[in-house]
Structure formats: structure tokens, C-alpha cells
Design a protein. Structure first.
Length: 238
């Protein structure tokens, strides 16, 4: 499975991974991939929603799933999948999850397993639920992360391994020019339960794990960080 992700904020470095085939698959829609700041969770955009790949929905994430299958996450209209190389798209945004603009991050491991981190406004704070599906988006269940967050952030990064281990990094609000921080969470059971790993990790712009212990992350300035203990401690990578 190949995937490509796009930065949701001007501060975070745009990054992507994937094959040339994925880029070719998404080439007709390249003009629609915009890098724009996202409204704070709970604030809906005024533009009408039409998707997938509509002019009102910048593409923030996409990936191929094999045999004509692919997924796309649009900022304001939700999560879509196709099984016929884009001829038709199905909206699989979790039902009951609220405004599609509150989606903070999406990860597909394969055509069946996927996760979406979605903000839930709660007064002056925001809580985050991680929704998971095991049938390609037909049904979803949600688990709330064991923490709450101030408003002002707008992104979460997810990374899962085939054995069921996974991480969610919630980007925390910080003033311009100050070091960014992220709140890192871990699951060992496909997202059925979550535990907090680091409430102030030095990474806030992306995570990639090779195992439950070894991984990398980036901050908003583009610095690459490395961990060998599942995110408890980080060091700048040489």
C-alpha cells in the first residue's frame, strides 16, 4: 500500500511517501491539492462541501490500496474510497463523528483497516476520538484519547504497524517562533485502547515507526528526531 500525505498548515513541512504510480493516479487532481491553514476544531468553513476532489475540499491525504483501490481525505468533505480507479467514490467518513472539518488525521493500513482522529469540541477544550474500521469504512467504532487539548491546533498524525501497534501524535498549539510540541499516544490492539506516551514530545509535524519501539518524527522546522523506546525519549537524528 502506498500513501501520500500533505501538510495541513503553513508551518509544518509538506511531506509525502509513495510510489510514482500513486502520483500518476492522482495527477488529474494535482491542481486541487492546496496547502491552506485549517480552522480551529469546531469552526465550520463557509464554503459548500462537494467531494471527493471537489474544488472546495483541499486534499490533505491520499493513498493507493491495490487493484484500483484508493482513499482520499478532503479537508471539508470527509474521507472517500474508490474500488474502480476513481470512476466512483464512496464517502466513508464515520457516521455520527460531526463536522468533516474536524477530521485531524487519517491512516489506512490496507483496504479494510483504517483510522481517523476527529476533534470533539468541549467548551474551551477539545477532546479527540480515534475512530477505527475493519471493513473499509462500512462500520466504525470510536475511542477517546485519554487527554484533552486547548483549541488552536489543527492536525494529528497516525501511524500503524501490521501487528496492531499504532501511534497518534496530536499537534499542540504553540506561539509562532516557539518550539512546537506534540502529545503522543500508543495502542497495542489496533486502537481499541490508548495510553499516553509523552505529553510534550519535540515532534509535531509527522511520525513514522518501524516497530513499536523504533521510530522517527519531525518538527515544524523540519528537524528529524529519532526514538528507540516507543516515543518516551527523542534525540535529533544525525
Amino acid at each position: 500500500m502506498s500513501k501520500i500525505r500533505f501538510s495541513r498548515t503553513r508551518n509544518a513541512p509538506a511531506w509525502c511517501t509513495g510510489s510514482v504510480g500513486l502520483l500518476a493516479f492522482l495527477a488529474p487532481f494535482a491542481a486541487l491539492v492546496l496547502f491552506v491553514p485549517h480552522a480551529s476544531p469546531g469552526v465550520a468553513r463557509a464554503a459548500a462541501r462537494q467531494g471527493p476532489l471537489g474544488v472546495y475540499g483541499p486534499v490533505l491525504g491520499a493513498g493507493t490500496l491495490g487493484a484500483g483501490r484508493a482513499w482520499v481525505w478532503e479537508a471539508d468533505s470527509g474521507i472517500y474510497v474508490t474500488a474502480d480507479s476513481g470512476a466512483h467514490w464512496e464517502n466513508v467518513t464515520p457516521y455520527g463523528s460531526g463536522d468533516p472539518a474536524n477530521v485531524l488525521g487519517v491512516e489506512f493500513l490496507n483496504a479494510e483497516r483504517a483510522w481517523a482522529a476527529i476533534a470533539v469540541p468541549d467548551g474551551k477544550l477539545v477532546r479527540v476520538k480515534v475512530w477505527r474500521t475493519e471493513d473499509g469504512g462500512k462500520g466504525w467504532t470510536a475511542v477517546r484519547l485519554p487527554s484533552s487539548f486547548p483549541t488552536g491546533y489543527d492536525r494529528a498524525y497516525l501511524d500503524f504497524l501490521p501487528g496492531g501497534s499504532g501511534f497518534v501524535l496530536v499537534q499542540l498549539y504553540h506561539r509562532a517562533g516557539s518550539p512546537g510540541k506534540g502529545n503522543l499516544f500508543y495502542t497495542a490492539n489496533w486502537g481499541a485502547t490508548w495510553s499516553e506516551v509523552d505529553a510534550a514530545a519535540p515532534v509535531d509535524a509527522g511520525i513514522w515507526f518501524t516497530s513499536a519501539h523504533d521510530g522517527f518524527g519531525t518538527d515544524a522546522k523540519g528537524t528529524l528526531w529519532h526514538t528507540v523506546d516507543g516515543g518516551k525519549q527523542w534525540a535529533r537524528s544525525a
